[in-house]
Design a protein around this ligand. Structure first.
Ligand code: AHR
Length: 502
């Protein structure tokens, strides 16, 4: 690391980037591995409620304060017939799920998902199958969920015991349709046209719904960003969001670069943001489309090959990634990026929420909060109002992947109604504490509302059922505030979330 171990942060509550969309704090639950079965729904668990939903899991998810939940997939979506998952449970067929080579019992389906969303107070974000599914089956599902009784699919919902429409607002049109691994994968033009036609029918059923077009599966796709340009040009006026997916990896065990991943995340958003601006101009449109980062997480330790997927069992242990300290610091930076890019990024869903690359792991009796649980919880509960354009003067350090990078990665929010200003700081150094002079330029904070920190000495340290509190966020003593200034010392490998009243 060069220069001194001192840094400065300048905050001006009037220097806003944009409103922070609460939907940035959403999650994703797929019929995959043990996310639904043995995760969310587990009648065999002593924690199950009368509907088979895990109360301990729901409590932990409630604390994460998710705003929307994307469902039912994922790659699973592209072979899923939603009609298999509704109606009397004993009449629902078991199916071979080709995406994950698993057995899908269909005990849990659309109505069980709606009940789950209601219990944890999140908005459902449904997805329609664009692989084996038709534009008709997509429209039928919108009718089933949102239409008043009186016509075929709305009546079917009522017959199944749910008279009132669910009024599901957010809908994804397919999943990762650019990927050759996807069931029913399409070329960009074919997907663009199918998505546009599905969107028309879906919106004719309910003009209030908001639709998400499937963007590139990741930045390494050979078709990125051409896929995005093509599908957006075709479907621009019919959709409201464009999706992005990305899973961060540290396969080279290069922690300095891994801890600078925010550079990659920002560049992904910047590229797609440029594509959005280009297509809007090219299409001579007055309509706006925003980004939905609806799959994001660290995922590389528990990768699959087609030979070792579910082996045709129900709820196999698939991709149960164990998260460590450095992963938690990457998650915190990702959320810093959400705030810094909040002008174009309006939705994001952590993939996934239980057991499958998730902040929560379960056994029949127990529940473990992994390291990544904590930064998500702090952001989701503290970031509100507007994202601020923070000026940061930080020491720099060298990375193989991104060249010189600032040691500190910072974002902030300001809520005019509550007067709360939250500041989120990652110290990427593995060795050095940084002393930060925080300067409020237009205001003088009167009180520290809360101060939390997650840190450690070993980037690979992780929680386990035996040792659940190795990487957790804990309250720290409130720093002194005087004359619009404060001094904060952040330890190496740390994430600090400070909230003051301005
Ligand atoms: O989240 C796991 C899988 O990753 C999803 O099913 C798919 O959309 C992505 O490739």
């Amino acid at each position: 690391m060069s220069q001194s171990n001192n840094a400065k942060i300048f905050i001006d509550t009037q220097r806003a980037i944009s409103d922070i969309s609460p939907l940035l704090f959403s999650g994703f639950a797929e019929h995959m591995g043990r996310c639904i079965y043995e995760g969310i729904y587990d009648p065999a668990s002593p924690h199950a409620d009368e509907a088979g939903l895990r109360t301990d899991v729901m409590d932990a998810l409630r604390d994460l304060n998710f705003r929307a939940m994307r469902y039912p997939g994922g790659n699973f979506l592209s072979g899923y017939n939603w009609e298999d998952g509704v109606g009397p449970v004993d009449q629902r067929p078991a199916r071979r799920d080709l995406a994950w080579q698993s057995i899908e019992s269909n005990e849990f389906g659309t109505n069980e998902f709606m009940a789950f969303c209601k219990k944890i107070s999140v908005d459902p974000m449904m997805a329609v199958n664009m692989g084996t599914g038709t534009i008709q089956s997509a429209a039928n599902l919108v009718e089933y969920c949102n239409a008043p009784v009186g016509t075929k699919y709305a009546n079917l919902r009522a017959e199944h015991g749910f008279e009132d429409p669910y009024n599901v607002k957010y809908w994804c049109i397919g999943n990762e349709m650019d990927g050759p691994w996807q069931i029913g994968h399409l070329e960009a033009e074919d997907y663009g046209k199918k998505a546009r036609e599905a969107a028309k029918m879906m919106k004719w059923h309910d003009r209030d719904i908001k639709l998400v077009l499937a963007g590139s599966s990741n930045i390494n796709m050979p078709t990125f960003p051409e896929w995005d340009r093509t599908v957006l040009e075709i479907a621009w006026d019919n959709v409201d969001f464009h999706s992005m997916h990305y899973y961060a990896m540290n396969t080279e065990d290069d922690t300095p670069s891994f801890l600078a991943m925010a550079a990659e995340f920002e560049s992904f958003v910047d590229t797609l943001s440029a594509v959005l601006r280009y297509v809007k101009a090219r299409n001579r449109s007055k309509h706006d489309v925003y980004l939905s980062w609806d799959e994001w997480n660290v995922w590389y330790k528990a990768r699959l090959t087609k030979d070792v997927e579910g082996e045709w069992t129900k709820a196999p242990h698939l991709i149960e990634e164990v998260y460590n300290l450095e992963d938690a610091l990457v998650i915190a930076q990702w959320m810093n990026v959400f705030l810094r890019k909040s002008d174009v990024l309006k939705m994001a869903a952590l993939a996934q929420v239980v057991n499958v690359i998730a902040p929560i792991l379960t056994t029949t009796e127990g529940l473990l909060k992994q390291s990544i649980y904590y930064p998500f919880q702090l952001f989701s509960n503290m970031a509100s109002g507007k994202a601020l354009d923070v000026v940061v003067r930080s020491p720099m350090y060298e990375t193989k992947q991104f060249g010189d990078m600032p040691v500190l990665d910072v974002s902030a929010s300001y809520n005019e109604e509550t007067g709360n200003n939250a500041i989120f700081i990652v110290n990427r150094s593995q060795t050095d504490s940084i002393t930060i002079d925080v300067n409020w330029q237009d205001a003088s904070p009167s009180q520290v509302v809360s101060a939390h920190q997650l840190s450690g000495t070993d980037p690979k340290a992780a929680n386990s059922f035996e040792n659940p509190n190795v990487v957790v966020a804990t309250p720290i003593s409130a720093p002194d505030l005087a004359d619009g200034k404060s001094t904060l010392v952040v330890p190496p490998l740390s994430f600090t979330a400070l909230e003051v009243r301005v």
